[in-house]
Design a protein around this ligand. Sequence first.
Ligand code: ATP
Ligand code: MG
Length: 441
Amino acid sequence: MSSSLKERIRIADVFSKNNGEKVLIAGWIEAVRIIGGVIFIVLRDRSGKVQAVIKKNIDEKLFNEASELGSEDVVAIKGEVKEAKTSLGDREIVVEKLYTISRATKPVPIVPEDWEKTNINVRLDWRFLDLRATRNRLIFVVTDEAVNALREFYRSNGFIEVFTPKIVSEATEGGAEVFPVIYFDKPAFLAQSPQLYKQMMMAAGFERVFEVGPAYRAEKHHTNRHLTEYESVDIEMSFIDSHEDVMKMVENAVIYSIKKVNEKYGSYIKQYFPRIPEIPSNVPRITLREAHKLLENKGFKQPDPNDLDTEGERLLGEIMEKEYGSQLFFVTEYSWLYRPFYTMKKPEEPSLTRSFDLIYRGTEIVSGSQREHRADVLENQIKEKGLNVKNFEFFIKFFRYGMPPHGGAGLGLERLVQMMLGLKNIREVRLLPRDPERLSP
Ligand code: ATP
Ligand code: MG
């Protein structure tokens, strides 16, 4: 190629060029249409799409060259910017030179922009093609913004980012929902959460830490909101009065994230997604007991008086949105029966806990609590949950040499983005989702 790709401009920038300016653009061909003696090429890069035009009566050799091209070929185009009325905007490119960089084997297995008509499994099999669709790539651009906003928020509030082990010796959230791994000659697991290590950092005197990292759940769920590998945004903070301090922190972080996404991408999101992330004006707090009452008043009785199931969460989301104008709210004081061993019980009512979930548009996106920081009480709680104290000795040690009152929370990044954009399936938010069936690519 006689021209350097360093001269290349982003396709989005073509639209601010003047009539007659020469540009070099490069990208993937979305479509080639031949209408009589004219070829129309739609060229796409990560910034946008533009139409390029070649007329046979002006340059027959170029016309013949272009007629060989097809969708998903990578080309560079040198040409002149011309004012025009096209469905892609008010500029087009009159092609002067065409450089074929990489041909796509035909037929291309999926048409990226036809994602809506394509089965999700086929899309995931061909994920790199699927992500060429503007809307599908936008999900990742939004995720990037959302997670960076969370990072920015926590860092500006005195949290530092830490990285804890993902190969661990014990289940942290209890239960059988762990993936065993073979670690030389020892049994080990993939971490369900960074919980115990975050708490170690409180013993170490860091006072405020956060982590963005993978969490693994061996849950045989076939739902639209569970993955076996997801990205968890965790925080832990010391010298709190109660779980309320953690709630306030998480609330502000989530609102900041929604706000940043809205500011930067709101207008694009509007074009492509069913919901745009609106900035919540109030974030109510209701106890689990109150949540049950609200549901009962509408004729929905929860099957388990100590729990809130998926359907209950969804209905509660509707009630809170319609009647309290809030898409984001906390449910607090969950039953000790369903919270992990490290949760602090409610002192006045020990069958309940100092815990909370944050529900966004009818789906849990965060769980958190104040943690039990008294070593002896903690040890009893481990026993109460039927866990083997021996396996947690390394953990209980953290509490025996000076431990401040502390609490924290874990947020599912894919869930947050799923709810921000109103997506049906969480798999769309994960680059290469893992679920009970899918392990490849
Ligand atoms: P759920 O009840 O929805 O299965 P959980 O209560 O078991 O979730 P937690 O241990 O509380 O999950 O995890 C904290 C957060 O991590 C959740 O609020 C959610 O946002 C996210 N999360 C948990 N499990 C998954 C999963 N399997 N896939 C995606 N995100 C998850
Ligand atoms: Mg939870």
